[in-house]
Design a protein. Sequence first.
Length: 280
Amino acid sequence: MKEELSKLPGAIGVFDSGYGGLTILSKIRQALPEYDYIYLGDNARTPYGTRSFEIVYEFTLQAVNKLFEMGCHLVILACNTASAKALRSIQINDLPGIDPERRVLGVIRPTVECIGNITNSRHVGVLATSGTIKSESYPLEIHKLFPDIEVHGQACPMWVPLVENNEAHGLGADFFVQKDIDSLMYKDRKIDTIILGCTHYPLLANKIKRFVPDGVTVVSQGEYVAASLKDYLHRHPEMDGKCTKGGSCRFYTTESEDKFRESASIFLNERITAQRITIE
Ligand code: DGL
C-alpha cells in the first residue's frame, strides 16, 4: 500500500541520518522562525558515518527526492557525512535532471568559512565520523579558503551510536569522548580550535568541553549554518519567495514514530509529534 504523504509546499527541508540534524534545525529556527520546516531523520538506516560513498550517496539522494516530493524547494543536508559524500554529486549530476530550480545545501562550507577568524595558532582539529574524515572534505575546503591552516582530523566512530542510543550523558560516553580527543591532540599539540564536524556531536558538548585542553575553542556548526542560510535567502529572493512563512515544523522519521518522538523531544527540549515514512 502506498503511504499517505502529507505535503507542506514551500517548507525548507532539513535532512540528517538521525537525530543530529536537530541541533542544526533548532539554530535555524532560532535565526529564521518565520519559515516552515520539514525535518527528516533516516533513523532506520543510521549511522551513515561508517558506510561507503555509494551507499551514503544513494540514501541521501532518496531522502532529498522525498523532501522534494513533499514540496520542499530548498533542502539542507544537516549531516556532514552526507555533505561530504553526496552533496557535490547531487548538485552537479542529479539536480539538473530532477529540477534545476531546486537547491540542496550542506553544512561543511558554512562551518569552514568561520574558521579563519577563530584560530590564532593556525592549527585546527576536526572531530567527525569515519566517512567525513576519510573524504578529506574538511582539509580540502579549509585549504581553499585558508591555505596557511594546518588541519588534523580524528574519526570518532562511537559518538553517533552513543547519541542515537540515548547514552550521550552516560559514563560510557566519557571513555570514548576522552579517548578520541586525546588522540586528536596527540597528533598536533598546537591545535587551538576544534570543529565538531558531525551534527550529532553538540549533543555531547558538555563532555567534549570537559576533555579538551584549556584554551582550545570548540566550534559547533549550528549558528554558522543558520547565519549562512539567512544570508543565502537574502541573496536569493527568487528562492526566498518560494519558501512559505507559517512558522511550522513537521518531523518525519524512517524508524518508529514513538522512538523518534521520545528522543527528539529530549534533544530539542520540546514535545513534538512525528510521522513514519519510507524512503527508497
Ligand atoms: N550527523 C551526521 C554527520 O554530521 C551523520 C552521523 C552518522 O549517521 O554517522 O556526520
